[in-house]
Write a protein that binds this ligand. Structure first.
Ligand SMILES: *[C@@H]1O[C@H](CO)[C@@H](O)[C@H](O)[C@H]1NC(C)=O
Ligand SMILES: *[C@@H]1O[C@H](CO)[C@@H](O)[C@H](O)[C@H]1NC(C)=O
Length: 332
């Protein structure tokens, strides 16, 4: 095992990545719980901005106070937006199902950026976290937000066109978005129509080790030691990593070939140990008769989009914009 060289990254990024890795380690307790106060102390949350910042305003909408289920809604205020209806992007943040939130500053920034540049109305979902709430709480929360937006009791801003929705997420959030795409196929929604899936470095796993896990095991954040630990606190007791939530292409995975699964764009990084599983996911979508596109950034680490200074971050945003705009024009 060797650590992949990160010397091509700007020193500020390297320091942040190192710091995040240390923080992940010291926030984990031996008894499989997390020290959230410690983690959150170094990962500040930011409030919504009713007064627009960078042409986007945001507000927090409660879905179910009893389980602290809510979303942060981003709406562009730019004049171009006022001329037509906008697509809706449901965004699911990453963090191994156990860390971070819709109000964490990197996600607030990512969603604001998506809202402005597509342009789109973004619903950034704050789902419950493990180990306090294990699988399938996260999927249930995600689907309940879709149902909430679909219901008569709640209306998105008038500019939002819910017949053109996209599911999007990174890392664990992309795993969540995949399972929601399946659920939308199984249980019809009335007004909300999902027409695309944006899958950024989806977090998948399995019992067997893959070549990229072995080769890149010294990589930050998604080393095998870290990911094994994270799956362990996420999965229901008694299940292993070939559970259908984790290894979607594996022995317990669902056969989606008969489903009206949305077109998918998948982003992967060459320095992410989860790489092989993400490529396999792409192959599996194609094999199941689905439309899928794979975008690979050879020099990208896991969670590269946290760093707007990395060239892949802006490349990725413009690819997402093109994907959304191509698909919504197909609808017309
Ligand atoms: C799922 O499991 C199978 C069999 O163990 C393995 O070959 C495959 O690579 C796994 N897929 C993912 C996405 O981990
Ligand atoms: C799913 O089922 C179909 C037949 O219903 C089969 O042709 C296909 O190979 C299966 N897909 C996978 C990935 O196993």
């Amino acid at each position: 095992m060797v650590s992949p060289s990160l010397s091509h990254l700007p020193w500020k990024v390297r320091i942040s990545v190192f710091f995040l890795s240390v923080l992940l380690n010291i926030s984990r307790r031996r008894n499989r719980t997390l020290n959230r106060r410690l983690f959150d102390f170094f990962n500040p949350k930011v409030p919504p901005t009713p007064n627009p910042i960078d042409g986007v305003k945001s507000s927090d909408v409660t879905v179910d106070p009893s389980r602290n289920l809510w979303f942060r809604l981003f709406t562009p205020t730019i004049s171009a937006a006022s001329t037509s209806f906008l697509p809706v992007v449901f965004y699911f943040h990453g963090g191994a199902f156990s860390f971070l939130s819709a109000s964490s500053s990197p996600y607030d920034a990512v969603c604001r950026q998506l809202s402005r540049s597509i342009p789109s109305v973004v619903v950034s979902v704050n789902y419950r976290l493990c180990p306090e709430h294990r699988c399938p709480s996260q999927y249930d929360d995600g689907f309940d937000v879709l149902k909430f937006v679909d219901s008569d009791g709640y209306v998105l801003p008038e500019i939002a066109d819910v017949s053109r929705c996209f599911l999007a997420g990174d890392s664990a959030g992309a795993n969540l978005a995949h399972h929601l795409a399946v659920r939308v196929c199984q249980e019809e929604l009335r007004r909300v129509k999902v027409i695309g899936l944006v899958s950024i470095q989806p977090f998948f796993g399995g019992v067997d080790r893959t070549e990229s896990e072995i080769r890149l095991d010294g990589a930050p954040i998604t080393s095998v030691y870290n990911t094994d630990w994270m799956w362990d606190i996420f999965l229901p007791d008694g299940s292993d990593r070939d559970h259908e939530a984790v290894n979607v292409t594996g022995p317990n995975g669902l056969n989606i070939s008969g489903m009206d699964f949305p077109d998918t764009i998948i982003f992967v990084g060459g320095l992410d140990p989860v790489l092989d599983r993400q490529r396999k996911y792409y192959e599996w979508l194609k094999m199941s008769g689905k439309k899928a596109e794979l975008i690979e950034y050879p020099n990208a680490i896991h969670a590269f989009y946290f760093f707007p200074e990395l060239p892949q971050s802006s490349l990725q945003i413009s690819r997402v914009r093109d994907f959304v705009n191509q698909h919504q024009s197909k609808m017309k």
